[in-house]
Design a protein around this ligand. Structure first.
Ligand code: NAD
Ligand code: TYD
Length: 349
């Protein structure tokens, strides 16, 4: 089987590629990535020399290029992760999210259809999406696969739109699609613009920790390795045309998570208890900030038997260890344009 994985140089994509290469040595994996600020080939340095792995640099917004690529390699399956992924950036520059997330997804669907039409047997187009398409919850309830879409940020609106196109290609052309919507991921190799790696980086550098609003927004955190395991499980055993929610039943208010992280960091860095918490700085809330996400992953558990492999405490500790052992990675990805981004995003808050 030859699988095209898009966005494989990013956070989740690099874990998915590593997982598939280790678990399915008979498969050939082609990684297509534009290498935006979030894409980093160093994320794959441990597997890049394997003979069944290939990297192609390219933009999914370029439809002609995709038609040629699919014509050349005749992929059996696609696992699509490439996307602009950060909510704060989508608030600054929504159009980029339409180009990569909506147009890019449609181009991939068109390219897959161009080689599979008439012979979809054994083919699969797997679209990786987010729970943010469902909008925001109040203090109770959870998102199920039948929760109506209600996106609020340009990021979640673009992902919602891409999900609709994937379903439309199934219903209209019979493309063998499958979609999963996952909660917030954490783990190694995540770009330090998202909450957990940003705060780990700031704590190590003794920089302020910018908490949006009152810190009471709730996210449902899943270890990225468990997301990769879920994608493998759904890719192989999920039913065509279906949607699966992925989550770890692991809700945390931001401020509680941040305090836990501060305690772990103080202990790992040998700093006096309370040192990191003193860096907490309350800043202006994110515009349109969704209050709470929580995933009901019972369909995935019941139908396919997937459950997370680690507790949050175990996963978070491993994550902190990785960033502290790989401070050169943090220094490398936060050099250059990262400084401009940081100034722009946080200076006025
Ligand atoms: P990321 O930003 O770390 O990586 C995205 C990758 O896509 C990068 O390598 C980037 O270079 C590439 N890319 C972006 N635009 C491209 C384009 N036009 N053409 C080709 N490549 C392009 O993102 P991530 O956190 O790894 O997320 C991966 C996917 O998973 C996204 O589709 C995201 O919506 C989804 N998702 C993320 C989370 C999360 O918590 N991070 C949760 C659920 C779903
Ligand atoms: P983030 O990691 O950006 O993920 P998402 O917005 O996709 O859920 O943010 C997680 C939560 O942390 C979210 O409620 C916003 C909040 N947050 C802060 O309080 N400060 C920050 O500097 C960042 C990046 C996020």
């Amino acid at each position: 089987m030859h699988i095209l994985i898009t966005g494989g140089a990013g956070f989740i994509g690099s874990h998915v590629i590593r997982h598939f290469l280790n678990s399915w040595p008979d498969y050939t994996i082609t990684n297509l990535d534009k290498l935006t600020y979030a894409g980093n080939l160093a994320n794959l340095s441990d597997v890049e020399s394997l003979p069944n792995y290939r990297f192609v640099k390219g933009d999914i917004a370029d439809g002609r290029f995709l038609l040629d690529l699919f014509g050349k390699y005749r992929f059996d399956a696609v696992i699509h992760l490439a996307a602009e992924s950060h909510v704060d950036r989508s608030i600054e520059n929504p159009s980029e999210f339409v180009v990569s997330n909506v147009l890019g997804t449609v181009n991939l669907l068109v390219a897959a259809r161009s080689i599979w039409e008439g012979s979809c047997e054994g083919k699969r187009f797997y679209h990786v999406s987010t729970d943010e398409v469902y909008g925001s919850l109040g203090s109770d309830g959870m998102f199920s696969e039948s929760t109506p879409y209600d996106p609020h940020s340009p990021y979640s609106a673009s992902k919602a739109s891409s999900d609709h196109f994937v379903r439309a290609f199934h219903d209209t052309y019979g493309l063998p699609v499958i979609i999963s919507n996952c909660s917030n991921n954490y783990g190694s190799h995540q770009f330090p613009e998202k909450l957990i790696p940003l705060f780990i980086n700031n704590i190590r550098l003794r920089k302020p920790l910018p908490v949006y609003g009152k810190g009471l927004n709730v996210r449902d955190w899943l270890w990225v390795v468990d997301h990769g395991r879920a994608i493998d499980c759904i890719f192989h055993h999920g039913a065509e045309g279906e949607t699966y929610n992925i989550g770890g039943h692991n809700e945390w208010a931001n401020i509680d998570l941040i305090r836990l992280l501060c305690r772990i960091m103080d202990s790992k860095l040998g700093r006096e208890a309370g040192t990191s918490e003193a860096l907490i700085t309350w800043v202006t809330d994110r515009a349109g900030h969704d209050l709470r996400y929580a995933i009901d992953a019972s369909k995935l558990q019941r139908d396919l038997g997937w459950v997370p492999s680690v507790t949050f405490e175990e996963g978070l500790e491993q994550t902190v260890d990785w960033y502290l052992e790989n401070q050169a990675w943090l220094d490398q990805v936060t050099s250059g344009q990262y400084q401009d981004y940081y100034e722009k995003m946080y200076a006025g808050r």
